[in-house]
Design a binder for this molecule. Structure first.
Ligand SMILES: Nc1ncnc2c1ncn2[C@@H]1O[C@H](COP(=O)(O)OP(=O)(O)OP(=O)(O)O)[C@@H](O)[C@H]1O
Ligand SMILES: [Mg+2]
Length: 389
């Protein structure tokens, strides 16, 4: 897409030619000068070497990163829950319990004897109420997540948690909609998610599953989380029940954007990624590594504001941080040709090759034909609705 976009004019009339290259993992001197203005990272959540390179280029060279590596390392699920509770969101009741098997080291026995209080796991669970979820405080990809309905299952899960630190969290039962919203810069797509189905069917193609006010609330929460932590490429999961939005998972440094997961929404995601990246480099947007927590907490602590009032105030701060108005204007004036370029690309043999090779890399051979047809169908639907509605 970047290769097809051509020179982009900034406000002062300068033409910018954007080029992309893959960043590779290799030794780096901390004083090396990187050759990139912006990096879209897909590795640092799992691999420490690229993570540390990102920190170096962020601190030393002002390279623009979509997600601050500093908050992504320190703000696991747990810290994100704390921040969003403080801001007044409807985060379900959550308790952090001590390790089942504390990490072993020389001083542990001494420390444990002095500091570890015996506790009644059953009492903690009963306080929250069954069913509840036990899940790692920093988890991802459903590892170690269990829905627990009674004391026996509670003890089994806790015994198995071993050296993982666990939350017990109230379960939002009987929700009406599970939403997963993907935010890229100031663009948010709220999608209906069905976690119980296989990966390729989890994102439903549905458009009117929330009423306008609730939809807007989900957008606000997604942008609030991102602006608060300096994340611009992140997904947020919220459960909606009886019109109340409960955010349950919103620290995903490397959100799934595979064609085989997003399918119909994939062209939207790539468009947003191209436009936001172009906006950042052409306008010279400065990365913001420091957090502005006091500004949000002032809203949270304002006794004159109710939940709706706070949300509206957060939305203004988040939209301001994400440069929503400037970005829209930039899309209209400097990137008006992007939607038709995307349509052309998605209709091209190149795109179909991408689809086929992604399916081949993802599924076993006997499923290739079925899934190629499946994803071609969903992409055709996108084309029908978007190109010639
Ligand atoms: N409080 C809750 N109420 C109801 N369901 C929940 C709750 N917490 C988690 N779940 C269910 O468990 C699933 C996994 O939980 P969660 O998203 O917190 O873990 P994860 O490891 O981050 O998963 P992923 O990386 O796939 O998002 C959720 O998609 C949801 O279906
Ligand atoms: Mg999740």
């Amino acid at each position: 897409m970047i290769g097809r976009i051509g020179p982009i004019r900034g406000r002062d009339g300068t033409a910018h030619d954007l080029r992309t290259s893959r960043v590779s993992i290799e030794p780096f001197n901390l004083r090396d000068q990187p050759s990139h203005d912006l990096v879209i990272d897909r590795l640092a959540y799992w691999y420490y070497h690229p993570r540390e390179w990102l920190k170096k280029v962020a601190l030393m060279d002002d390279v623009y990163l979509l997600n601050s590596p500093f908050t992504f390392q320190s703000m696991e699920k747990h810290a994100a829950y704390c921040a969003m509770m403080r801001l007044g969101l409807h985060v379900p009741e959550t308790v952090l319990v001590p390790y089942k098997n504390p990490v072993d080291h020389a001083k542990w026995a001494y420390t444990a004897e002095r500091y570890n209080q015996p506790f009644d796991l059953d009492a903690v669970a009963e306080d929250i109420g069954y069913p509840l979820f036990m899940k790692p405080y920093d988890g991802g990809a459903w590892v170690g997540v269990s829905r627990i309905t009674d004391s026996t299952a509670l003890h089994t899960a806790y015994d198995q948690s071993g050296e993982r630190l666990m939350h017990l969290q109230q379960s939002i039962e009987g929700y009406d909609v599970f939403t997963r919203s993907l935010t890229i810069g100031p663009e948010t797509m709220v999608m209906k998610f069905r976690p119980e189905l296989p990966m390729h069917e989890r994102y439903a193609v549905e458009h009117n599953f929330l009423d306008a006010a609730v939809g807007d609330e989900v957008v606000t929460i997604s942008r609030l989380v991102n602006a608060f932590f300096r994340w611009e490429f992140n997904s947020c999961e919220s459960l909606v029940r009886d019109g109340v939005v409960y955010p349950i998972d919103y620290a995903n440094a490397c959100p799934d954007v595979a064609l085989t997961s997003l399918h119909y929404y994939f062209p939207w995601a790539m468009t947003a990624l191209v436009r936001w990246s172009a906006f950042c480099v052409v306008t010279g947007r400065r990365p913001s590594l420091d957090l502005d927590t006091a500004r949000y907490f002032a809203v949270a602590d304002d006794p004159a504001l109710d939940y709706r009032g706070k949300l509206a105030a957060y939305r203004r701060i988040a939209d301001d941080y994400l440069a929503v108005d400037d970005y829209r204007e930039f899309c209209d004036t400097a990137l008006p040709h992007v939607p038709s370029l995307v349509a052309e690309w998605v209709s091209s043999p190149d795109f179909d090759d991408l689809l086929v090779s992604t399916v081949r890399a993802t599924y076993p051979a006997h499923e290739h034909d079925r899934f190629i047809a499946h994803f071609r169908g969903l992409i055709d639907l996108w084309k029908r609705e978007t190109i010639s509605p």
